[in-house]
Design a binder for this molecule. Structure first.
Ligand code: CU
Length: 261
């Protein structure tokens, strides 16, 4: 009889262990070695380069800012000291322009090869929000992910052309370092712990990109003379593109206007 009971307990323990082990836990999945651009950077005559600067405006009824409720993690609420927090998607600046627009060279720069920047791009987590909300990184460039929050985050980019991964980052943990091996516009990033956390990463093969800020302007510098297609990407209002010819040492102005409902 005793033997039977022992056997029963053993079975139960084994079953429980199996269930526990079978549970899916987020595992850090390192990105494979980046496909570094093998070719040497194309020499560009810096005395002839030009620039594009412009403003991204918004026309129509301003969408009502969406309030974020962080109640499921009191640590996040505390960090904002009771202040209301609003989603950055769909936000319009006070001066009627759009922030967080990713403006980049969609075509025209393919004939050049660019060095991978040795300085990492940074994505911070502060107050359970990604900062910046929209950022660019070059193929093979290190993206350093930092946290200032006393709570655990789980960073989860959801690419179409790159490898998907998700990694947990505990309070005071060292920065996580990742690279993307293929160009992709844009990679949405979520946090598996805090469903309101969102960021977007643009991965490019050239350094000609910019993100609009609180004044809605952007500047792209160092452009070799040539014909380009420029795209302005927004998370909420779609994308727009324009063709532009940049002459030697020319400073071009290029404005975009997105319309609301
Ligand atoms: Cu989080």
């Amino acid at each position: 009889m005793q033997r039977k009971i022992f056997f029963f307990i053993l079975c139960l323990a084994t079953a429980l262990a199996f269930v526990a082990c079978g549970e899916k836990t987020p595992t850090p999945e390192a990105e494979g070695p980046p496909r570094e651009q093998a070719a040497a950077p194309t020499p560009i005559d810096q005395s002839t380069v030009g620039s594009i600067t412009g403003k991204v405006s918004f026309q129509g009824a301003k969408p009502k800012p969406a309030r974020i409720m962080m109640d499921q993690d009191p640590v996040c609420v505390q960090k904002h000291g009771g202040q209301a927090v609003f989603a950055e998607d769909g936000m319009v600046n006070d001066n009627g322009t759009l922030p967080n627009v990713f403006v980049y060279i969609k075509s025209g720069a393919e004939k050049y090869t660019f060095a991978t920047p040795s300085t990492p791009a940074e994505l911070d987590q502060d107050g359970c929000m990604y900062k910046p909300h929209v950022l660019g990184v070059m193929v093979g460039q290190t993206l350093s992910i930092l946290t200032k929050d006393p709570t655990t985050h789980n960073i989860h980019p959801m690419p179409k052309d790159n490898r998907e991964w998700n990694m947990s980052q505990a309070p005071n943990a060292a920065p996580l370092e990742q690279k993307f091996s293929r160009p992709e516009i844009m990679i949405p990033v979520k946090c598996n712990q805090h469903p309101w956390m969102k960021a977007y990463i643009g991965v490019t093969k050239n350094p000609f990109y910019a993100v609009t800020g609180r004044d809605g302007t952007f500047t792209i510098t160092g452009l070799p003379p040539g014909d380009y297609t420029i795209e302005a990407w927004t998370a909420t209002f779609g994308t727009q593109e324009q063709k532009v010819t940049v002459g030697p040492k020319e400073s071009k102005t290029l404005d975009f206007t997105f319309k609301g409902a």
